[in-house]
Ligand binder design. Structure first.
Ligand SMILES: NC(=O)c1ccc[n+]([C@@H]2O[C@H](COP(=O)([O-])OP(=O)(O)OC[C@H]3O[C@@H](n4cnc5c(N)ncnc54)[C@H](OP(=O)(O)O)[C@@H]3O)[C@@H](O)[C@H]2O)c1
Length: 256
């Protein structure tokens, strides 16, 4: 199924992958709601999309790790006929678990897991009633194995992958599709914000991940892993002993 009209909601639309998803949806003819904390970049993107594609664009400035702000976005989702929801907002921490900032961990779990779950829950009843709709939950190749020094982040993405698969199975008969998008390292601000700006230097581009996302969504795939090498590594990880995958993952995730 392809999505070329109606409302699409993209969280984390102010930069990186979210900006790419929003631009593709607008180019395909959808009206778009852009959500993130950074008002300036969101309004700049909204202006650009309106001018370039003549599409309707709304901006919601919200800290999605904050319960009250999240509630305003949920209220919006419950009243709008959402065709496509892209739960993309997220971030990682890196470093030894014993040194992690507890408040930052709580913010990450809240954003990466709780917000994604509650926004999906808000959008699904309307999609079922209309017999169509798509939810893309941005997971990661980090979902496929534990990653020492990025352990909490990898666990949040394993949560996203498992939840998305169960949702895909439950919702398929209703005409609603759910997909876990699993990018590997991609060239965005993600690595700088994670405190490891030079980590994982073999990075894919936003354009490549966006193309993987929409090609797989059109096929109704429950999981989309971006890139051939990422696909091989992610799909073989479950067959390798945990101690070995963790040693390899820790080596790859090291700070140069
Ligand atoms: N880049 C990679 O290598 C990679 C690999 C696998 C998966 N991913 C996943 O891809 C998704 C997008 O990341 P990205 O690579 O595009 O990184 P990015 O450029 O840092 O984008 C993250 C987006 O999330 C938003 N965000 C962060 N905290 C937020 C909050 N509390 N409330 C609302 N919005 C918030 C940011 O906007 P504001 O700062 O304006 O709020 C920004 O728009 C994330 O879920 C990430 O885990 C990335």
């Amino acid at each position: 199924m392809t999505y070329t009209s109606g409302w699409a909601v993209v969280t984390g639309a102010s930069s990186g992958l979210g900006r790419g998803f929003a631009t593709k949806l607008a180019a395909d003819g959808m009206s778009v709601v852009l959500v993130a904390r950074s008002a300036g970049p969101l309004h700049d993107l909204a202006d650009e999309l309106r001018e370039t594609y003549g599409t309707e664009v709304e901006v919601i400035v919200a800290d999605l790790a904050d319960a009250d702000a999240r509630s305003t976005v949920i209220a919006d989702l419950e009243t709008r006929d959402v065709e496509v929801l892209i739960n993309n907002a997220g971030f990682a921490t890196s470093g030894d678990f014993a040194d992690e900032n507890p408040a930052r961990i709580a913010e990450m779990i809240s954003l990466n897991c709780l917000t994604l779950t509650l926004l999906s829950r808000a959008a699904v009843p309307g999609m079922i009633a209309r017999g169509r709709g798509a939810i893309v939950n941005v997971a990661s190749t980090a979902a496929f194995q534990p990653i020492p020094t990025m352990g909490t982040y990898a666990a949040t993405k394993a949560f996203v992958l498992r939840l998305s698969l169960a949702m895909w199975h439950e919702l398929r008969p209703s005409g609603v599709t759910v997909m876990a998008l699993c990018p590997g390292a991609t060239e965005t601000d993600f690595w700088r914000i994670a405190g490891n700006p030079d980590g994982f230097r073999r990075r894919r581009t936003v354009a490549q991940v966006v193309a993987t996302c929409f090609d797989s969504l059109a096929k109704g795939s429950p999981v989309a892993i971006d890139g051939a090498l990422n696909t091989v590594l992610a799909r073989t990880a479950p067959f390798v002993p945990d101690r070995l995958t963790m040693a390899i993952a820790r080596f790859i995730a090291r700070r140069p």
